[in-house]
Design a protein around this ligand. Structure first.
Ligand code: FES
Length: 159
């Protein structure tokens, strides 16, 4: 259901409805981009185009905002984010193999999103839980001492 959302075409009416809800002023830009992010789980190109036209602001400026703010993503993201810590402590405890297992099982490359839109898989630097190394973080939930053979059990709970 939700997992297939990003495979569908972007709902242009939804984009326009969001834009219409705000004043035509530059101060509204960020709030509108945040609403796009919430509605589509990323900021679609079509959204930036329509916003540019509606507000009379160059697309390049909107694009720059989209790349500047970390909470905004210009690429479709998965319903869940799976971060594999590749910091030193985790690396020494086999994080590389864990990441490879996830890539193989989900048929996805690191720092991209699965075909079904369920997971965005990222390799990240130390997430501050070295005592629990190796660590995998799914959305806000930390899993520590993750074993390569068990990592898919963790992700299966989100399917
Ligand atoms: S290196 Fe992974 S939590 Fe610190």
């Amino acid at each position: 259901m939700g997992a297939n959302v990003q495979k569908n075409k972007i709902d242009v009416k939804k984009i326009d409805r969001i834009i219409k809800g705000y004043d035509k002023s530059e101060e509204s830009l960020l709030a509108i981009l945040q609403d796009f992010q919430r509605a589509f789980q990323y900021v679609p190109e079509e959204g930036m185009k329509r916003l540019s036209r509606a507000m009379g602001v160059p697309e390049s400026k909107i694009y720059a905002m989209g790349t500047f703010y970390k909470a905004l993503s210009l690429k479709p993201r998965g319903k869940h984010t799976c971060k594999v810590c590749m910091g030193t402590a985790c690396h020494l405890k086999g994080a590389g193999q864990i990441l490879e297992t996830i890539e193989r099982e989900l048929k996805v490359k690191r720092n991209s999103t699965t075909e079904d839109g369920l997971f965005t898989v990222e390799s990240v630097n130390c997430v501050g839980a070295c005592a629990m190394a190796p660590v995998v973080v799914v959305d806000e939930s930390y899993a520590g001492h993750v074993r390569q053979s068990k990592v898919m059990d963790i992700l299966d709970k989100y399917k």
